[in-house]
Design a protein around this ligand. Structure first.
Ligand SMILES: NC(=O)c1ccc[n+]([C@@H]2O[C@H](COP(=O)([O-])OP(=O)(O)OC[C@H]3O[C@@H](n4cnc5c(N)ncnc54)[C@H](OP(=O)(O)O)[C@@H]3O)[C@@H](O)[C@H]2O)c1
Length: 289
């Protein structure tokens, strides 16, 4: 079988680095582009880069993820999260590539009480959430597109996630403020990358998939679990979402159901298991940045 050509964009991000490694280690011919090498907001440059690379598969890990800043800079958020996805989607269609794109739990309003499925109606409450929803729609224009909604990513490089912030504080013996009333299904980048490859390799039906570690918990429960796994009693400061003045509203309940992904052939490990694997990697001395 000829070697698969994979084009990874947003390759310097938390997820992008892991995607590039996983597909490269699996024997694919990977071209990984950072923002310096290809600014995705430049439509013609995107078309040119894709034509040059002639990929069979494109995996877009780029995003404008500054949730609060987006409220005052919708233009930038839309340029990266929506219109650059339109450019990539057009380019993917031109060369007949399969397209993978990532979205977010922030497309929901967080007023649910049971894990959201792909069938639930999105209702973003922030500019960031709205820009990501538009990106989902543009991505879906490609005949073979996988749109994977992930949430509270951790385990990538740079190690800048909330899990890293909480772990560092616990290990340093510092008090750490955590939300008691935000429920999430966190996502380990290694598991997201594994699910991505399985879906593509298995030629699973294209479409929208929730792709988070199984189960859910409040940030308080996550922090307690991090402390338990580190063997340290954490000093946690309970914080209610309403009491924090954030520019963009945060959805309170964002557990996502993985059932569709499981049915497609990939079972995401429980979040406690994912945390355990990541904390072990951190403890074993992998560089943090
Ligand atoms: N992080 C989370 O908790 C989270 C939650 C839900 C969904 N997601 C989604 O998951 C995916 C991966 O997120 P992540 O956390 O890995 O993101 P990340 O670490 O913030 O990386 C995003 C990358 O996109 C690049 N980028 C931004 N604008 C670009 C442009 N105009 N052209 C080319 N590249 C550009 C950035 O480049 P620079 O390094 O130069 O800025 C950065 O390397 C994204 O779709 C994100 O929306 C993430």
């Amino acid at each position: 079988m000829p070697t698969r050509r994979v084009l990874v964009t947003g390759a310097a991000g938390q997820l992008g680095g892991v995607i590039r490694e996983l597909f490269g280690d699996g024997g694919d011919d990977v071209t990984a582009l950072t923002r310096v090498e290809l600014d995705l907001t430049e439509h013609d440059a995107v078309l040119r880069a894709v034509r040059d690379a002639q990929p069979n598969l494109m995996v877009n890990c780029a995003a404008y993820n500054q949730v609060d800043a987006a409220e005052d800079d919708a233009t930038s958020a839309l340029a990266v999260n929506a219109f650059s996805v339109r450019s990539l989607a057009r380019a993917a269609s031109d060369v007949g590539a399969t397209f993978v794109h990532y979205s977010t739990d922030f497309v929901f309003d967080g007023r649910g009480a049971v894990p959201y499925t792909e069938e639930n109606q999105p209702s973003p409450q922030s500019v960031y959430g709205a820009s990501k929803l538009l990106g989902e729609w543009f991505a879906a224009d490609v005949p073979r597109a996988y749109v994977l909604r992930v949430e509270s990513l951790f385990g990538g490089r740079p190690a800048k996630s909330s899990v890293d912030r909480i772990s560092d504080a616990i290990l340093d013996g510092r008090e750490v403020p955590v939300f008691i009333d935000r429920t999430v299904s966190p996502s380990y980048v290694q598991d997201v990358a594994g699910a991505t490859r399985t879906l593509v390799d298995a030629e699973a039906p294209p479409g929208l998939y929730h792709c988070v570690n199984s189960g859910y918990g409040t940030w308080w429960e996550l922090a307690e679990e991090i402390g338990r796994q580190l063997g340290v009693t954490p000093k946690l400061k309970p914080v209610a979402v309403e009491t924090v003045k954030l520019r963009a509203p945060r959805p309170k309940y964002c557990a996502l159901s993985n059932t569709k992904l499981t049915d497609a052939g990939f079972t995401m490990p429980m979040w406690q298991d994912a945390l355990g694997r990541y904390l072990k990697v951190r403890t074993d001395g992998r560089p943090r940045t």
